[in-house]
Write a protein that binds this ligand. Structure first.
Ligand SMILES: [Zn+2]
Length: 99
């Protein structure tokens, strides 16, 4: 059975209630992680303060430190002005999104 979120209309827009801290927060990605246009049941602050989530984020950070993304090549490997070589295609790094 889907949980009916407590929500309220304010002059600034719709606010939904966090199921953890029971505070009302605006229903947008500033305050909630959004999925399929819907806010998660917990506000971001609650996610961030949850030991399990903190642990997960810490592990992710640790992994990032061990496997850092290769630095972008700023300079071509060759020198000179030969036009024989094509410059390496730079791959845009994707922004890492928080869990
Ligand atoms: Zn909360």
């Amino acid at each position: 059975m889907p949980l009916v979120r407590a929500r309220r209309e304010t002059e600034l827009g719709t606010e939904v209630q966090c199921s953890r801290c029971h505070e009302f927060w605006p229903e947008d990605q500033e305050f909630y992680f959004m999925q399929d246009g819907k806010a998660h049941t917990w506000c971001k602050a609650c996610y961030r303060s949850d030991p399990k989530v903190v642990d997960k984020v810490e592990r992710w950070k640790e992994k990032q430190r061990k496997n850092p993304a290769p630095p972008r090549r700023k300079q071509p490997l060759w020198s000179g002005t030969s036009s024989v070589f094509q410059p390496a295609i730079e791959v845009e790094e994707e922004e890492q999104v928080e869990p």
